[in-house]
Design a protein around this ligand. Structure first.
Ligand code: SF4
Length: 241
């Protein structure tokens, strides 16, 4: 199957997935009730595929869609403050053609980076269960299988870090250190994420959630620095979008 068809088929499977009844109920309920300020909008309410450059050297893995962000707009990290923070930083780094991400048809394009997540449905209280993350792991696996040019994976938060390590342990159990590498902001390791391939850099970053950005746990300079590190490790010299 051609790569474009493989991506289409994967995206459709994700959108059609109903494996986690609790999450599906939650997403649909949020989409039905809606937040007052979005009452005139039609929520997406379905699972979300990854977004960005399919030939990217950098993959960023988040936790899960936000109930009134991506679950509303239909695109990863779109329509909420985490997305403003993330795409603002990618724009400053030359990896996005615009600093805002407001709606699925807003013209945002990424170059050199692909955005994914450990779970594709918005969870209650932003907390998917272990079983729900396991249910969803196959989608991240298949994105990694399709992305043969990845050189850096940025895990946004510990759950994403664990999801990336799980993938690595599955494709190359013998190279996983014991104990496993610990998550932290700017933590770094190098492990395979595709069967039969060499190691790629895996970077940890605090998630750009409001909880982290409003408390100063994650600042813009910290996040920009981490993206610059990913750009360097990804072999990206200068981006012109
Ligand atoms: S979280 Fe993933 S596995 Fe669970 S229903 Fe959503 S898309 Fe399917």
């Amino acid at each position: 199957m051609a790569a474009r068809d493989s991506w289409r088929s994967l995206e459709q499977e994700i959108v059609d997935c109903r494996r986690c009844p609790r999450l599906r109920r939650h997403c649909l309920e949020v989409a039905r009730v809606r937040r007052r300020m979005y009452r005139d909008q039609e929520y997406w309410g379905l699972p979300l595929p990854g977004f960005g450059d399919h030939a990217a050297p950098i993959v960023m893995v988040g936790l899960a869609p936000a109930a009134h962000g991506a679950n509303r707009t239909g695109r990863m990290f779109t329509g909420d403050r985490s997305g403003d923070w993330l795409y603002g930083a990618l724009h400053r780094a030359g990896l996005a053609n615009r600093p805002e991400s407001t709606w699925v048809n807003d013209g945002l394009k990424l170059d050199g980076v692909f955005i994914s997540a450990a779970a594709r449905c918005a969870p209650p209280l932003n907390k998917p269960t272990r079983a729900e993350i396991d249910n969803c792991a196959g989608f991240l696996d298949r994105e990694f299988d399709l992305m043969k040019q990845v050189r850096v994976v940025v895990a946004l938060g510990k759950i994403a870090w664990d999801a990336v390590l799980r993938r690595s342990a599955a494709v190359s159990p013998s190279t996983m250190p014991k104990p496993k590498p610990k998550f932290g902001h700017c933590s770094r390791t190098a492990l395979p994420i595709r069967k039969g391939s060499g190691p790629v850099a895996i970077l940890g970053s605090y998630h750009p959630s409001r909880q982290n950005t409003q408390t100063g746990r994650l600042t813009r300079p910290m996040f920009d620095q981490m993206i610059q590190k990913a750009i360097h490790l990804g072999g990206i010299k200068e981006k012109a979008i």
